[in-house]
Design a protein around this ligand. Structure first.
Ligand SMILES: [Zn+2]
Length: 263
């Protein structure tokens, strides 16, 4: 899928988690619902950091372009080092290492530890990166015509404002993990979820997604998971734009209302 569909599915998934949390008796305060949805929308772009023309690789100028080159090289080496005889030869690292459940869990755990132990600036950093990505993903065309600097300013101000709101007692810095010192541990959850939702989205496209790596399936360690070929669609096709994106919006809206206890 393309950036906007990934981001929208990420936001919808977090709102769905909000509905499930409310049903399970651990409702999210509204700032957790909003911030989580935005972080998840941003995190849902992150696996494409292995592709130089992806939204995320362009989002932070030379910094993200450089990181993208490094991630692509690492992913390609890991692919070559771990492929079985049945995995095809390939020429780059796109849709390999960063498109696996293991990667999702590792960056989620990293974010959780950073958010919990890194203090205010770590939380601001995590929010800033994901707010910029959420703006790029959700307001795709609008962000593309404005300048990068404006998007970064928007990301920085919204990160600052949202961190202040979350810090107020009862607003959810300690949602789900409420022991002293565990504030912001939950920030890892939308990051894991966003990456997994991205992988599922890619699995629905023609080439599939090797999300199960390093688990061997049918003699392939990079088995491209996906539905039967007839049910797959091309990235950026009308199915994605005219069917899936409106469905994500409806599901997200329903999830949001349920999470807030309105329905
Ligand atoms: Zn992808």
């Amino acid at each position: 899928m393309m950036g906007p569909a990934h981001s929208l599915s990420g936001a919808a998934a977090w709102l769905g988690v909000g509905a499930a949390a409310a049903a399970a008796g651990r409702p999210m305060p509204w700032p957790v619902l909003v911030v989580g949805a935005l972080v998840c929308a941003g995190a849902a772009l992150a696996p494409d950091l292995d592709h130089k023309s992806a939204t995320i690789s362009r989002a932070f100028g030379p910094f993200s372009r450089g990181l993208c080159g490094v991630i692509d090289k690492i992913s390609y080496s890991v692919y070559k080092a771990t492929k079985t005889q049945s995995d095809p030869r390939r020429s780059g690292g796109h849709r390999t290492l960063t498109h696996t459940w293991l990667w999702a869990v590792l960056i989620g755990a990293g974010t959780a530890v950073l958010g919990m132990a890194g203090g205010r600036w770590a939380v601001l950093g995590i929010l800033f990166v994901h707010m910029v990505l959420a703006v790029e993903g959700l307001l795709w065309r609008a962000a593309r015509v404005s300048s990068d600097i404006l998007v970064w300013l928007l990301g920085a101000t919204s990160a600052w404002i949202l961190a202040d709101i979350l810090n107020k007692p009862g607003n959810g810095a300690d949602w789900l993990f409420s022991a002293p010192g565990q504030e912001y541990l939950w920030l890892g959850l939308p990051v894991v979820l966003g990456a997994l939702v991205h992988d599922i989205g890619d699995a629905l496209t023609v080439s599939g997604c090797p999300v199960l790596w390093p688990i061997v399936v049918g003699r392939k360690r990079w088995y491209p998971v996906g539905p039967p070929k007839a049910m797959r669609f091309r990235a950026g096709s009308w199915v994605e734009l005219k069917v899936m994106m409106p469905v994500f919006m409806l599901l997200g809206g329903a999830g949001c209302l349920a999470a807030l206890g309105i329905i």
